[in-house]
Design a protein around this ligand. Sequence first.
Ligand code: HEC
Ligand code: HEC
Ligand code: HEC
Ligand code: HEC
Ligand code: HEC
Length: 552
Amino acid sequence: MKGWVVVVVGVLGGSCSSAPVSPDAAVFDAPPPLPALPEPKAVETEQFASSTYCAQCHLRGDGGSTAMSDAAGDDVSPIKMWRGSMMALAARDPFYLAVFEKEIAENPAEQEEIEALCTRCHAPAGSIASEREEPKISFHELTAGTSDNAAIGRDGITCSFCHQIRDRNLGLDSSFSGGFSVDFARKMYGPHANPDPDPMEMFIRYTPVYSEHIQSSALCATCHTVILTGLRGQEVVEQAPYLEWQNSSFNLEEDGSLGTSCQGCHMPRTNADGTPIETAIAKYPEGLIRRGRYSRHTLIGGNNFMLRLMAAYSDWVGSNIADEELLANAGRSEEHLRKAASVEVVEASVQADEATVDVRIDNLTGHKLPTGYPTRRAWLHVTVRNLAGDLVFESGGYDADGRITGLAQSDLAATAHSNEITTGQVQIYEQVLVDAEGTPTLRALDVDAVAKDNRILPKGWSETHEQIGRIRPVGVEGDSDFAAGTDTVRYRFPTAGNTQLEVEAELLYQSVPPAAIDATANFRTAASERFVEMATQVDNRPIAIAETTRLF
Ligand code: HEC
Ligand code: HEC
Ligand code: HEC
Ligand code: HEC
Ligand code: HEC
């Protein structure tokens, strides 16, 4: 790997920029930004085949076939849906690459272990093959290499990987944190009974096989449960949507049709308008039977920021997905976020020269809100005006860069969870991971503890669930209405002589806050230089999940 020399140029004094310059940023010359990633290459390995092979039969395209179409005639084929999703692009994600490279820079002696770890869930097909083969899928291979393992690694959570995950230990601890099992039997598990095996066997030597486990949430849990081991040997839970879902009313799978799995919301069996899809599931051979319970591989979450970044820098990302497709997915992500919660002003009154407004949030997702990667945050933006339209009170406003404004003290003090918010404070729902010094960190290998976790609980949450030790909220003590599925926040502020007021409350969402981009800027690695260069050009204002207004 081509190295670079870190040049110490001395701390610059007297910066006149308004943004504070961290000492780290000034001390080191940055390496040149990471070059564009290689374009896709069709490869077949002992275990896997690139998605381009599957596309021959599982992409509808424009060839006139009606297979994998919905009632409106739109292309809902697996390839079309998946290829512009964050799961398909997981190995080309510049934020991921920036943190990955920083971990290596900080722990050069453990480079190989870090490379195995960080590729396991983001580039799984390349990662597990290289456990036995050379060259290993290093950071350099993944971002610049031409080996088969690198090429299939860059295919992200590729079709032939996910569909070969076996029904082994699913839902158990040993399957979490990348503990999936894939073998050499070349069986492609799917949800439909009696698939016609011949075309796949002839063309790509895989056998499609019906298996129920592909529809279980525990399949997703293999990567969507990220449990780290801290330096003191302690468990630190970085991501746990599956454990959160287990402790919710959506987890009723055993009862049959009740409950909703991860797939139920993230791979919907209906169109956006609610109509079920019934169609042939491959375009070759022609004339296959139409199957019901067909699902769309949308795999959409809340990370519309990254999808928009990838659309703006598609040449660098190199995935050959049209910008319009990425933007369409960013739009789907916004629609998806609009299903995440409802917001209501349940009480609002003026008493003498003070007003109080109670805002209630209901979580409609199958896990905490927000869930997933710890940079995700949701916050309440509450604005109160008098009848002339003058601003009387605001909490949770933001500037053009998406930074929260109007905080009275340091972020951490003014954004601690509270049942009552007043001037200078903001209610931010988030999980904050800190290092041994108590400083928030993005680096998994540096995490010591969870300093805050007031993310809104899903419906059906129980304080006595068997996984509660891993997913218990942190810092919400004393807030009795922070409960299963909901939280209510009281805003208290001076009325400045007004007797009639109007309140607007909105719940906002941001996947990669400016502070996370600032922190990455201090990494000073090739990948971080590239990521920050791109990220600072993308609109990072939050997305509104839900809003409401009330006169009082
Ligand atoms: C056990 C599986 C797993 C492993 C191992 C893993 N990740 Fe991830 N990572 C995920 C999942 C799942 C997400 C997406 C969650 C979401 O979108 O909320 C993610 C998201 C991320 C993101 C946020 C990306 C974005 O666009 O916002 C970064 C950064 C990241 N991972 C870095 C790393 C690094 C660095 C390593 C190695 C230290 C690593 N990951 C190892 C599963 C994993
Ligand atoms: C995250 C894992 C995952 C990935 C990646 C994935 N699939 Fe699927 N696929 C599933 C699941 C789960 C189902 C069943 C969904 C259900 O019935 O709820 C499914 C269903 C299918 C079906 C049956 C048709 C249907 O929707 O009912 C086909 C064919 C298929 N996938 C092909 C593909 C191809 C081709 C790719 C690559 C573009 C791909 N899958 C990527 C998990 C995945
Ligand atoms: C030559 C055409 C062809 C290619 C290439 C192909 N498939 Fe298939 N696939 C089919 C056919 C045909 C079926 C069965 C359709 C049926 O019986 O309704 C099928 C079924 C499936 C199923 C559903 C199995 C079930 O029981 O639900 C999955 C999953 C699947 N394929 C995944 C893949 C993946 C992943 C790839 C790429 C590695 C791929 N296929 C490549 C033609 C193909
Ligand atoms: C092999 C590991 C793996 C498996 C299995 C897996 N995922 Fe993921 N998933 C990831 C990674 C890695 C990311 C994040 C990529 C990134 O942000 O860089 C991700 C991201 C996501 C996102 C966030 C997308 C966004 O736009 O914000 C959703 C939703 C998701 N996965 C759902 C699922 C579901 C549902 C399943 C099961 C059917 C599943 N995943 C199985 C690794 C996996
Ligand atoms: C009732 C519907 C529902 C169910 C069930 C559900 N989710 Fe979600 N999920 C959502 C919504 C809505 C969002 C967007 C809001 C958010 O980020 O929390 C989301 C977001 C996500 C994200 C993305 C967070 C990000 O960083 O962008 C991941 C990852 C995810 N879900 C994984 C899962 C997994 C894994 C399961 C099953 C264990 C699951 N979800 C079950 C509705 C659901």
